[in-house]
Design a protein around this ligand. Structure first.
Ligand SMILES: Cc1cc2nc3c(=O)[nH]c(=O)nc-3n(C[C@H](O)[C@H](O)[C@H](O)COP(=O)(O)OP(=O)(O)OC[C@H]3O[C@@H](n4cnc5c(N)ncnc54)[C@H](O)[C@@H]3O)c2cc1C
Length: 387
């Protein structure tokens, strides 16, 4: 079977790996180098901490983020906004919590297995500290964590000068650049085509700037640009820096109320921040977000910076589905790395017809259609600037 994968982000790389392992002939298309548009992430692999975004609790949190300057609003996808409001407080279909848990755990196992074979990507299974500044948010987080204790073990830790921390021992982290490189090495039998895909159709055709090719199935993992195929998706953008900290830290820490994550790699620190609802990628807030990082951690040098998007569905959870010969896998949002191995595998199984659409994962895929791959500027809602 001959499968074309569009998008060599973290989801596309894992989809290609599952397809290659299943014996398919795989071609992966991307104008960017493999992983380049996903490596901004902190690389924290959280198996059981996904939450829904089409809830009043999430809206309240976003408003608090906006007041503090953690989050900015520029533009959102119109279809995403409509669907988010239409389904406000409505859970996804099927046993979605069990499905997500299974995907999170399978993904963590996939990273652990790659690391057991050879740990050349900084895999560290040392847990995650969630640090809170806002007492009300901390209390809410404690209640949420307690309700999920059976599935996601945690500890409450007292902290001087703040309401407290939550510690999740099952969380791991990876070095995103090295992990992308490792996946490329694993994909030795896959062909990489350095081209932007202009359109896909339902019969397996991929059109690029350099010509068309037919495949038995096409798997689209292009993040936010997949909105042009009918998926309600919006972009929540952020930045990732490598820094040389003045003092090393020893465990991955998310400063939840500031939207900033710190992940240690020996003498280096990966720092991420920024929660900007913005369909067009620019680095306009990078300096502002880095100033917020400076309040948390002293550092001598910035080594590099990347930016990227959290592709967000209306409920903030991943989606994968098939229409004719077209499969789409998307919506990793803030946990795209955490779900990529399982989401990529679900896409591969759909392409190989080893599974069909299920009510939870395929919930947004009924409206999938053939079309150009790119931003649909006219269908986005441009939000007024913050006052
Ligand atoms: C600041 C920040 C920190 C984050 N930290 C974490 C974290 O710690 N843990 C975690 O689990 N997740 C994290 N995430 C989320 C994660 O980065 C995303 O969910 C993930 O990158 C989504 O992966 P993807 O492959 O689905 O899409 P993308 O990463 O968007 O990749 C899509 C790929 O498709 C390609 N593409 C697009 N259009 C075309 C086209 N027309 N033709 C060919 N190719 C195309 C792009 O070039 C790109 O390579 C973070 C996100 C941000 C912004």
């Amino acid at each position: 079977m001959n499968v074309g994968v569009v998008g060599a982000g973290i989801t596309g790389l894992f989809a290609a790996l599952s397809l290659q392992r299943a014996g398919a002939t795989v071609t992966i298309y991307d104008a960017a180098s493999p992983g380049a548009r996903s490596i901004h992430a902190a690389g924290i692999i959280e198996p059981t901490t996904a939450y829904r975004t089409n809830t009043l609790a999430f809206l309240r949190r976003v408003v608090k983020y906006w007041r503090r300057g953690t989050c900015a609003f520029r533009s959102v996808d119109g279809g995403w906004l409509f669907e988010s409001l239409r389904t406000l407080e409505r859970p996804p279909p099927g046993d979605w919590e069990a499905a997500l848990d299974a995907m999170g755990r399978a993904s963590l196992r996939a990273y652990a297995t790659l690391a057991e074979e050879q740990d050349d990507f900084g895999f560290a299974a040392r847990g995650l500290v969630e640090r809170y500044d806002d007492p009300a948010h901390f209390e809410e987080a404690c209640r949420d964590a307690a309700a999920k204790r059976d599935r996601a073990p945690f500890e409450v830790r007292a902290r001087e000068g703040g309401p407290g921390d939550l510690y999740f021992p099952e969380v791991a982290w990876v070095h995103t650049e090295r992990c992308a490189d490792r996946l490329v090495r694993e994909l030795g039998a896959t062909t990489f085509v350095r081209a932007s895909v202009t359109a896909v159709d339902l019969a397996g055709r991929i059109s690029t700037d350099v010509g068309d090719r037919d495949h038995d199935c096409v798997v689209v993992c292009t993040g936010v640009t997949s909105r042009s195929l009918g998926l309600p998706l919006t972009a929540v953008r952020g930045y990732g820096w490598h820094l040389r900290p003045a003092r090393p830290i020893d465990v991955a820490t998310i400063h939840v109320d500031r939207g900033i994550a710190l992940v240690p790699f020996g003498p280096e620190l990966k720092v991420t921040g920024g929660w900007d609802f913005d369909l067009r990628g620019t680095r306009r807030r990078a300096e502002e977000v880095l100033d917020a990082v400076r309040e948390l951690v002293a550092f001598d040098r910035v080594l590099d910076v990347q930016d990227g998007a959290r592709p967000c569905t209306p409920d903030g959870l991943p989606t994968a589905g098939r229409v004719e010969r077209l499969v789409v896998a998307n919506g990793g949002f803030r946990l795209g790395w955490s779900f990529a191995p399982a989401l990529g595998d679900a896409a591969a199984r759909l392409a190989l017809e080893e599974r069909g659409n299920d009510p939870f994962l395929a919930r947004y895929c009924g409206a999938l259609h053939a079309g150009p791959l790119g931003l649909r500027g006219t269908e986005s809602v441009v939000l007024p600037p913050a006052t």
